[in-house]
Write a protein that binds this ligand. Structure first.
Ligand code: G3P
Length: 218
């Protein structure tokens, strides 16, 4: 399973990259705003900075919600850097845009997916990635992981090449459960990756090893 970090914060991206296990980055307009990035040129420059920090795919989201404007914006984003994947919302014009981009060889990430029907449509349109938001489903007492499992089953039935990018991941158990189900990618905060490191027996075991070494070696 690929690990993406879901942030526009360059320090966090750098830290995740330095671990050597990062496969890409996802952003969205809220995450860009959180970093204080505003204005078209600043946003484009920030995407380029992210691409320079990581080796893998970087999702850059269109703001337009109408077909022609999405195409225009998506082309500008895709031309920024070969690592850019154009992130398109799951709406009617978005599906049309994904089909267009797919036919043009421009890679896409279909975002704001909350149902299997939406995921099926995204795959039919040729999306490179589909992003079901599992944390936001959990927030409204609906099982986000169950959605990942259902999409996995449908995509496997027909060998759809669209990769399941489990998004709105909030914590380490989401990451582990996504891996068990067979999500192709997960994207979450830095803590969902670094949290996987932690176990008290690792800490106490290491302390014991070091204490024994020091005793034996003066
Ligand atoms: O990748 C989608 C993600 O940014 C949404 O996450 O935590 O705002 O639901 P969250």
């Amino acid at each position: 399973m690929k690990f993406f970090i879901d942030t526009a914060n360059l320090d966090q991206i750098r830290e995740a990259q330095s671990l050597g296990v990062l496969d890409g980055v996802t952003t969205n307009p809220s995450l860009m705003a959180k970093e204080g990035i505003s204005g078209q040129q600043a946003i484009l420059d920030h995407y380029k900075s992210i691409c320079q920090l990581v080796d893998g795919d970087v999702s850059a989201e269109v703001i337009a919600t109408e077909y022609e404007a999405m195409i225009e914006e998506g082309k500008i984003l895709a031309a920024l850097h070969p690592q850019i994947v154009v992130k398109v919302p799951m709406i009617k014009d978005g599906i049309k845009a994904i089909k267009y981009f797919s036919d043009q060889g421009i890679r896409t990430n279909c975002t704001l997916v909350f149902s299997v029907g939406q995921a099926l449509l995204a795959a039919k349109a040729g999306a490179t990635y589909v992003s079901p938001f599992i944390g936001r489903l959990d927030d409204i007492s609906t099982d986000g992981l169950h959605l990942i499992a259902e999409i996995r089953g449908i995509y496997d039935n027909y060998d759809f090449p669209t990769q399941i990018l489990a998004a709105s991941v909030r914590h380490t158990m989401h990451v582990i459960d996504c891996a068990k189900i067979g999500a192709d990618v997960m994207t979450g905060p830095l803590s969902s990756i670094t949290g996987l490191l932690k176990h008290p027996l690792t800490d106490s075991g290491l302390a014991q090893f070091l204490a024994d070494y020091n005793r034996a070696n003066g």
